[in-house]
Design a protein. Structure first.
Length: 86
């Protein structure tokens, strides 16, 4: 049985002004946003070296993370979702 891709997950999303400096201008699917977000985090070494689930925000990410200095991966996903719209 072949799995069908989830059309909603692949639907292009609008990217907020606050998130654009991190992932670029949209529209793009949520999966692409997450991929670019992780590329940005790794390139700028923002993943906490001891607690690898935590992301330490730089100035651009602080805006996306509602001013929080550190968020865990699951909270990050929730916060980023607020910056995406159809």
């Amino acid at each position: 049985m072949v799995r069908k891709p989830n059309a909603k997950f692949m639907a292009p999303m609008k990217i907020s002004e606050d998130l654009q400096p991190v992932v670029g201008k949209g529209p793009m699917p949520r999966s692409e946003v997450v991929k670019k977000l992780w590329a940005y985090i790794k390139k700028n070494k923002l993943q906490d070296p001891k607690k690898r689930r935590n992301i330490n925000a730089d100035d651009k990410l602080k805006v996306v993370f509602n001013g929080k200095k550190t968020v865990d991966m699951f909270e990050m996903t929730k916060l980023v979702s607020k910056h995406l719209s159809k």
